[in-house]
Design a protein around this ligand. Structure first.
Ligand code: GLY
Length: 377
């Protein structure tokens, strides 16, 4: 795909985004919670410790970077401060503190040197490091899931890389790399597809089982997990320079691209039955960002198919699944929480819109990497 053509698409999309997201921010001012999804065209909330809550602030910071409009900064700060209730009740937090704080508090600290934002981000890095099992994996969830790790965690590792750079202490990075190495061994299959969940014996680290998780079944290919893997490994490569991480990102990306050739609308699971058609545009948007990250690390001779695939995903979503009206504050429709979760099928989700906007900002040439905000140029 021609980069000039995509730049023009991104510029047109930027104009639509500014209008739509100002509407979304005004709608958020009217509610005492952080936007998660929508119902009847209005924002809908979810509990304060839910893993998606950082994406509202991060979306607002992406828009602030794209447009310079201070209204977006105000909305971001309001969301960040609301989330202090989740930090106070830290025992209910889980491995997704990277999603929740790096891309909003870490970004604000990078942009404004706000000390409270730095402390929030560093505290979360310590919470995440505290979940490390010395057998080589980061525990995902609480309760009985003591030996459970999930593919999504690849996107929480940037918080640990950030913390090592911020403090000069290599322990955070070493934990992240141990987890990434375990993920290569036990999650990524030879064809580039991935397990969502792996249960380990928490005492010995022995592999026990890979349950089905949010995809169709055990052994299938939940697309959001594929997207977390391809973007997460690309970021681990950026932060460490370890070539195996880039090779893994490329392997997962090749599988994703080969499975998407039909119409570039991402199903919830690449290995689900053909009917019913259950899409997950969150997976498509995450993958688009990850594919652009991969393209950035490959030389000119290899990068084009990854850039093209990202553009195909974005344009298919824009054409078939984007709502640019002011009937709802959400853009991407037809996102899916999990294959077997009926109320969560074909809804809007704040993180789908976040990644769509991040992708547009990438095309516009933004150098602000939200997953490594201290690396901003
Ligand atoms: N990280 C949780 C999910 O992707 O649903």
């Amino acid at each position: 795909m021609n980069r000039e053509t995509m730049l023009k698409w991104a510029q047109r999309t930027k104009e639509k985004l500014e209008k739509k997201m100002l509407f979304a921010a005004r709608q958020a001012e009217c509610v005492p919670f952080i936007p998660y999804s929508t119902e009847n065209g209005k924002w809908k909330e979810i509990e304060i410790d839910w893993w998606t809550n950082g994406f509202w602030g991060a979306t607002m910071w992406q828009m602030q970077q794209m447009t310079g409009n201070p209204a977006f900064r105000e909305a971001a700060v309001r969301g960040e401060e609301m989330m202090d209730d989740a930090l106070k009740n830290f025992e209910t937090l889980h491995h997704d503190v990277g999603f929740m704080w790096l891309i909003q508090s870490g970004v604000r600290y990078a942009l404004e040197k706000n000390e409270d934002s730095r402390k929030r981000t560093l505290l979360c890095a310590n919470l995440l490091a505290g979940r490390f099992n010395p057998n080589g994996f980061i525990r995902a969830w609480n309760g009985d899931a003591i030996g459970w790790a999930i593919i999504d965690c690849m996107m929480n590792l940037p918080l640990l890389y950030w913390a090592s750079r911020e403090t000069g202490d290599p322990r955070y990075r070493l934990i992240a790399m141990r987890h990434a190495d375990t993920t290569i061994k036990h999650f990524v299959r030879p064809d580039g597809s991935c397990n969502h969940i792996v249960m380990f014996d928490p005492e010995t680290g022995e592999f026990i089982h890979n349950p089905g998780g949010q995809g169709y079944e055990s052994g299938s290919s939940w697309t959001r997990g594929q997207a977390w893997a391809l973007y997460g490994f690309a970021l681990s490569y950026r932060m460490t320079g370890k070539k195996e991480y880039l090779d893994t990102a490329v392997k997962v990306a090749d599988y994703f691209i080969a499975s998407s050739q039909n119409n570039w609308l991402t199903p919830c699971d690449f290995r689900a039955p053909a009917e019913p058609v259950i899409l997950d545009n969150a997976a498509g948007a995450i993958a688009a960002c990850g594919l652009m990250e991969i393209a950035d690390h490959l030389g000119a001779a290899r990068q084009q198919p990854y850039f093209d695939a990202a553009c195909n995903l974005l344009q298919a979503m824009d054409e078939h699944c984007a709502d640019w009206t002011e009937n709802t504050p959400a853009i991407l429709q037809k996102c899916t929480v999990a294959y077997h979760d009926q109320p969560g099928i074909h809804i809007s989700m704040i993180y789908a819109d976040y990644f769509f906007i991040e992708a547009v900002n990438r095309l516009l040439g933004s150098k602000m990497l939200f997953w490594g905000p201290d690396l901003a140029q």
